[in-house]
Write a protein that binds this ligand. Sequence first.
Ligand code: NAP
Length: 350
Amino acid sequence: MQVFFIGATGHIGGALLNLLVQQYPSDSFTVLVRSPLQAEQLSAKYHVPTLLGSLEDVDAILPQIKEHQIVINCGPDTPFPAQVDKILKTLEECVDKRYYIHTSGAASIWEKLGGNKEGDKVWDDIEDVDTILGFPKEIPHGTIDKLVLSSNSKTLHVAIISPGYVEGLSVTIGRKTPLTFPDMFHTIQHLGAVYTVGGGLNLMSFMHVDDLVKLYAHLFASAVQGIQDKTVFRNEEIWGPKAYFFAHGVEMSWSEWMREFIAPALKKANAKFMKDSNEIKALSANELAEIVVTRLKGMPQAEAFSNAIAQGMESSMRIRSSRALKEFGWTAGSYLGVDEAVELYLAENA
Ligand SMILES: NC(=O)c1ccc[n+]([C@@H]2O[C@H](COP(=O)([O-])OP(=O)(O)OC[C@H]3O[C@@H](n4cnc5c(N)ncnc54)[C@H](OP(=O)(O)O)[C@@H]3O)[C@@H](O)[C@H]2O)c1
């Protein structure tokens, strides 16, 4: 099988590549990298071919993408709708079967609550799929989710995985600790304490990266089977216009996350910047955004980005993975691997 991998140096993508090269040692994985050093590290670790490039310069990589039967995208999606569209159009034109596995995010169903309510609505990826795919383009992932799932031809098969917050240590050559850590720990360090927005009652979904990548592996196995099967049959619950998979793990409030997981992990790691490990500071979303923006200074759209991060921390994100359970029997475990991820993050950023 010829597989093209975007985002394989990331927290999610790195853990997934590590799993797939073990499960499919005879398949060929071509990995898109943005630096020669990453190419060197990946080749040394997995003996995989790499391609130097980026989504910004998608035209340059389309000829290679076209040659691969399965394309996995674990890169950021919201900044790149036009580029993802080009990838899909290229795959749609192929005469043989092609599979595209896309990474989105459950930010699409965030409900802004100022941290003061749990959130009533639990979004189900089977019952609510039409509503989710009908969200306007202003909603995070709104444009691209629709774009991906409407891209089907006789030969192209598409599916989306949409995770909640992804935790734990990843075996990647790149980002080993969660994507959310830099902003969260910048804020904790600034305050000398853990924090909530409002009362931190908003419920959210957390899972270990190793559990998440097992869901990708189920989809990957289905793609492999589809390619080996020469018939045109397609299971539309797994591939096609409704193939939207929420990846849900453990539901808890932001306050519980801070109190039961982050504060004890910081204590265990003996974090010197904590003034009082029992205190939880309550902020407004604006106050939080003002702290986050000081880390992002100089970045394009720093203000919009910090507002989005604060919005994530004040919102409910309640999801159910009904599709993954029904189709693959997949559920995530309750282990989140917080202590070791916090310990490594603090050591790397000492
Ligand atoms: N982590 C979460 O909690 C979470 C939750 C919901 C959704 N998501 C979605 O999943 C994506 C991946 O998450 P993650 O935690 O694995 O993030 P990550 O660790 O930042 O990984 C992002 C990957 O995408 C690559 N990448 C970034 N910009 C690129 C570009 N312009 N062209 C090509 N590749 C590019 C990165 O390459 P470099 O190594 O060169 O930077 C890296 O391999 C996120 O961007 C988000 O859209 C994540």
